[in-house]
Design a protein around this ligand. Structure first.
Ligand code: AMP
Length: 422
């Protein structure tokens, strides 16, 4: 029989890697909750129209990257390519804006995009995202960036750069689009195939093309800063002022655009300077989306959000991982001793320790090998002889010391020894 493999671009997360993922996820929860965000979970599958209406019909995501399929009744469904649209739908569907005029929510979950897989870019990938609704003041944009920065700092990541830009409000965007189309028109033959398609429909995307010829041309195009309104400029200046106040270093990058149409005014990304991530070096992207809630049928509601790519954070973390709880191994010889062993691991676990035993009848040597293999800090050894005399032996696996303990004291003494060894 042919072996069945995972789908290309979709990865298994194996037990040996999960401590790093847990470090990322637990740090994220801790930081986001300190900033007042509460978790929201939305379905992985949504009505396809949700993404067409929000991300934009002419974006790469909607044009060629969505996993879209009919259900058994022919209704078109899509595996979520990003989290914001689903969150906005849920916020409106459950009227969260009536309960709280400024809800802050976060999510962790897998997203799906039919992209060309490479290091740091997959077809199923995980994002940690945050969305804050109901505030138009630039203080919140800056706080969002500060929160992303604090998360990265608490993960111990450095060598990262914050880039900031403003796409302006809708009117500024339209004016800029026209200028771009105008400026690109004489050069269309020099554009890559994708940009030739983008140029009339979504010319901002040309600014962000990775193809060399397009990059060179992009550097000569009009700057979006010239198309911003007075109010847009003031908003950007206010974001910058708060970033200064919060001590966050950033760079305004007029070439920065984002792959989703719903952004207005502030957009930002944080990228790794190191070559560790290759070309896929952006770890978080986000910005303000003041029209999206209304576009999806809600009341006019300003909003700001970001999304981190978890795989890229894990790649940057290298060997750093969530510290593992020290473990106890119980080695028993003979049937009565094995009955004692299962009661003992149960009691240790109930008291909060991580404990493991050998379930099969194995030699002491094999059991000690297993204790070593699982990295046990302490091993308790008990044979039927010891059991009948009412004691067990406690071995410190690293230091090598050992002592006999009365059975009644085993759990308490083991807990004390574990705490002393941390
Ligand atoms: P976006 O939703 O495109 O703004 O992406 C936000 C973040 O998600 C990016 O900065 C990446 O860190 C991550 N990301 C986006 N697409 C992928 C992908 N195909 N594979 C892995 N990570 C991704």
């Amino acid at each position: 029989m042919d072996p069945i493999h995972a789908i290309r671009g979709m990865n298994d997360l194996l037990p040996g890697q999960s401590a790093r993922w847990q470090l990322v996820e637990e740090t994220a929860r801790s930081v986001l909750e300190r900033y007042g965000y509460r978790e929201i979970r939305t379905p992985v599958v949504e009505d396809t129209r949700l993404y067409q209406r929000s991300i934009g019909e002419t974006t790469d995501i909607v044009e060629k990257e969505m996993y879209t399929f009919p259900d058994r009744k022919g209704k078109l469904l899509t595996l979520r390519p990003e989290g914001t649209a689903g969150v906005v739908r849920a916020v409106l569907e459950h009227k969260l804006l009536n309960e709280d005029r400024a809800p802050k929510v976060y999510y962790l979950g897998s997203m799906f995009r039919y992209e060309r897989p490479q290091k740091g870019r997959y077809r199923q990938f995980y994002q940690i995202g945050a969305e804050a609704f109901g505030v138009s003041d630039a203080l919140l944009d800056a706080e969002m960036i500060a929160m992303a920065w604090r998360f990265l700092a608490e993960l111990g990541l450095s060598g990262l750069e914050v880039r900031l830009n403003s796409l302006g409000e809708a009117a500024s965007r339209t004016a800029y689009r026209e200028k771009l189309v105008e400026a690109l028109r004489p050069h269309t033959a020099a554009l890559c195939a994708d940009c030739q398609r983008r140029y009339e429909q979504n010319p901002l995307r040309v600014l962000d093309c990775k193809v060399e010829g397009c990059k060179a041309l992009a550097a000569t195009l009009p700057n979006i800063a010239e198309s911003l309104t007075e109010a847009d400029r003031k908003h950007l200046a206010d974001v910058e002022e708060t970033l200064h106040d919060l001590g966050i270093t950033y760079r305004v990058d007029p070439q920065l655009v984002r792959g989703l149409d719903y952004y207005t005014r502030t957009i930002f990304e944080v990228s790794a300077a190191s070559s560790e991530l290759g070309t896929q070096n952006t770890v978080v992207g986000g910005g303000r989306y003041d029209n999206l809630v209304e576009q999806l049928g809600g009341p006019p509601t300003p909003a700001v959000g970001f999304a981190f790519g978890v795989e890229r954070l894990v790649l940057l973390l290298g060997e750093k991982a969530k510290p593992q709880q020290p473990r106890v191994f119980v080695a028993a010889l003979g049937h009565p001793a094995r009955r004692w062993a299962i009661r003992t691991v149960e009691a240790l676990r109930a008291a909060g320790a991580s404990a493991e035993m050998e379930y099969e009848a194995k030699s002491l040597k094999a059991q000690l090998r297993r204790a070593d293999k699982i990295g046990a800090r302490i091993t308790l050894v008990c044979g039927d002889g010891e059991l009948s005399r009412g004691f067990a032996q406690m071995k410190h696996m690293q230091g090598g010391g050992q002592r006999d303990l009365p059975l009644a004291d085993v759990v308490a003494a083991t807990l004390t020894a574990l705490n002393a060894s941390v």
